[in-house]
Design a protein around this ligand. Structure first.
Ligand SMILES: C[S@@+](CC[C@H](N)C(=O)[O-])C[C@H]1O[C@@H](n2cnc3c(N)ncnc32)[C@H](O)[C@@H]1O
Length: 179
């Protein structure tokens, strides 16, 4: 029994290392401080509405999803992630923390996002132009969009939040409301 547990832990550790090597720095999770700001932005913009539909595009290991689910238990919280390993660890956490979070494996450019009330993303700049186009065409009026660090080129943010005063560009949050 004890030996099986050790083998499982070693195996999970091995998968974690593989994941770190494969992602090579592209899996930077949202910091605790930024998550606190994101929850504040949601409260400020959605007020008493608690049963919204939240989606993290490229949810990684699901850190933001867990924070949203914990603060807003009535929200439908889901993430889309293309990396098998990231998704594996996200689902593992969901299992152990017994959280009702939904995941979709794949490329978010191929998913329909029209049901979302809030979209969050922490993605490389190179993806944002294409994403801006998709969100403008697909989301319904009033959808709240929060981007971390990178921002849309042609879409003026309604608000901008500096998360780290000593590093103002790091994890700067851009808030958009679909018109
Ligand atoms: C910087 S991490 C952010 C993780 C998480 N959103 C967070 O803030 O903690 C970016 C994630 O987006 C995923 N990703 C990038 N492009 C994607 C795409 N087109 N479809 C799905 N996932 C994507 C990557 O695999 C990576 O896990």
């Amino acid at each position: 029994m004890f030996l099986s547990l050790i083998i499982i832990i070693l195996f999970l550790y091995f998968l974690f290392i593989i994941n770190v090597l494969i992602m090579a720095g592209r899996d930077l999770p949202t910091s605790r401080k930024a998550k606190k700001n994101i929850l504040g932005i949601i409260v400020n913009n959605l007020g008493s509405k608690k049963d919204f539909n939240f989606c993290d595009l490229g949810c990684g290991r699901g850190d933001v999803l867990f924070a949203v689910r914990k603060t807003f238990p009535r929200a439908f919280v889901f993430g889309i992630e293309k990396s098998f390993f990231q998704l594996f660890f996200a689902k593992l956490q969901t299992f152990f923390l017994r959280q009702k979070i939904f995941f979709q494996k794949g490329d978010f450019f191929e998913k329909n996002l029209e049901k979302a009330n809030i979209i969050y993303c922490y993605l490389p700049k190179a993806l944002l132009t294409r994403l801006e186009e998709k969100l403008k065409n697909e989301l319904k009026k009033g959808t709240l969009i929060i981007t971390n660090t990178t921002h849309f080129l042609n879409w003026k943010p309604n608000e901008v939040f500096i998360v780290h005063k000593d590093k103002p560009d790091f994890e700067k949050l851009f808030v958009y409301i679909k018109d």
